[in-house]
Design a protein around this ligand. Sequence first.
Ligand code: DC
Length: 212
Amino acid sequence: MIIAIDGPAASGKGTIAKYVAQVYGLHHLDTGLLYRAVGKAMLDAGHLLDDTARAIEAAIALDPKQFDENALKLQSVTEAASVVAAIPEVRQALMSYQRQFAMKTPGAVLDGRDIGTVIAPGADVKLFVVATPEVRAKRRVLELKARGEEADEKEVLADLLRRDERDSRRTAAPLKAAPDAHLLDTTHLGIDAAFRAAVAIIEAARTGRKRR
Ligand code: DC
């Protein structure tokens, strides 16, 4: 079984994806980490983010086994990830790893921006997770503070909006819901309610029932 979970930053998709993977005993891939790793490699090497050739080299050279998730989640890497993610050849270089991951037995949950549209268009269940920018900014502030980072809510909101805009407007695999994705709005849902809603959608899809 392949479950595709897409949505904008801090919508809750990552947390939901982890939980769903645990519930169904599936592998989980946070595909944002791949773009973050390319962005971080560019920053570490002192390359300009619009140096497409270097970004493609960095994407080709990635080794997901070496990822340090904490370092990749730092706010300083976030913007760089969004910039390099707009380069079509970078996306191309990361595609086969994601597609192979999706084919693992007994199945996989992948979360990102283009899983339901590009990486796994034939996924068994697709969720598109959304929440208002204000709620997402609040969540991101809590997450950053929990990691010991400084976070100003207004700045975080501005950053989220800028990233949403870039991720949605790019021509290569923009952030958008697949036509057959189930929309899950977590704006007014706590974490447990969001988990329950996600599992209810997946169960309904699995048993072939139509959900309105
Ligand atoms: O999910 P995240 O915030 O860790 O993602 C970081 C950036 O990577 C995000 O701004 C857009 C990009 N991304 C993407 O373009 N496609 C994906 N499947 C996952 C992330």
